[in-house]
Ligand binder design. Structure first.
Ligand SMILES: Nc1ncnc2c1ncn2[C@@H]1O[C@H](COP(=O)(O)OP(=O)(O)O)[C@@H](O)[C@H]1O
Ligand SMILES: Nc1ccn([C@H]2C[C@H](O)[C@@H](COP(=O)(O)OP(=O)(O)O)O2)c(=O)n1
Length: 232
């Protein structure tokens, strides 16, 4: 008897910065043969375009007017995710401190969110075998019918230490400054009017403070497999 291919599954992973969303989502998608979408990279890409095109990122009206101009494309292979803006590889430039410090203001503009949300939904709809989508408002707004919703958390201390581990040798490595910047960005992302960072009512919360990355990946893989088994 032939075994049916596992059904397409849509997984939404949300949470604040440094909780392990990107690392976990990529690994889970690779293990389960799903596509992968980093929605933060899309908001970073539009922010980078605003900066390089001289748009004042403190002016929501100017941002709203320009929002439809850049063409943002995301490659969804979890082994080699890509992000381009007007055909240019933006993977490096979107990770600078300048973009990080301005992305909350740009992503709070409703016109930006409407355009990026539409893009995210169309990418998810095209992922025939299923997809892991990570961000801040995936379970609440972008994909409210996702098969599985995960909300990752971790203490501010653990998140700052993880972020500093990545920055070492590149930009600032002061732990207190990293933690302060992270808390400031969380507050802006949670406090904005349009689809703020929030846990969906039906999301499974996983506190990763005391877990290794492998343990978090294993936990999410098990939850996806349980969902798939229940759907058969
Ligand atoms: N459970 C964990 N324990 C230790 N380090 C982790 C854990 N999860 C992620 N990391 C590390 O923390 C950093 C931030 O993780 P990332 O996946 O980028 O978080 P997010 O996407 O939520 O901002 C990465 O360097 C990653 O390897
Ligand atoms: N679904 C999303 C994803 C990200 N954002 C915004 C808010 C975040 O501070 C920025 C950057 O997201 P990103 O996931 O790249 O941030 P970190 O990896 O946590 O540093 O984008 C959002 O508003 N909605």
């Amino acid at each position: 008897m032939e075994t049916a291919a596992p059904s397409a599954v849509i997984v939404a992973i949300d949470g604040p910065s440094g909780t392990g969303k990107s690392s976990t989502s990529k690994a889970v998608a690779a293990k389960l043969g799903l596509r992968y979408l980093d929605t933060g990279a899309q908001y970073r890409a539009i922010t980078w375009w605003m900066i390089t095109n001289g748009i004042d990122t403190d002016d929501p009206h100017a941002i709203a007017v320009a929002a439809g101009k850049p063409v943002i494309e995301s490659g969804t292979d979890p082994a080699a995710p890509t992000i381009t803006v007007d055909g240019l590889d933006a993977a490096g430039p979107i990770r600078t401190q300048e973009v990080t410090s301005k992305v909350s203001a740009v992503s709070a503009v409703p016109e930006v969110r409407a355009l990026i949300t539409e893009l995210q939904r169309s990418i998810a709809a095209q992922a025939e075998g299923g997809i892991v989508v990570e961000g801040r408002d995936i379970g609440t707004t972008v994909l409210p019918d996702a098969d599985l919703k995960i909300f990752l958390t971790a203490s501010p201390e653990a998140r700052a230490a993880r972020r500093n581990g990545e920055l070492k040798g590149k930009e600032a490595t002061d732990l207190a400054a990293t933690q302060a910047a992270l808390i400031k960005r969380d507050a802006a992302d949670s406090g904005r009017k349009t689809s703020p960072l929030a846990k969906a009512g039906d999301a499974v919360e996983v506190d990763t403070t005391e877990l290794t990355l492998d343990q978090v990946i294993e936990c999410v893989v098990t939850l996806v497999e349980e969902k798939r088994a229940a759907a058969e």
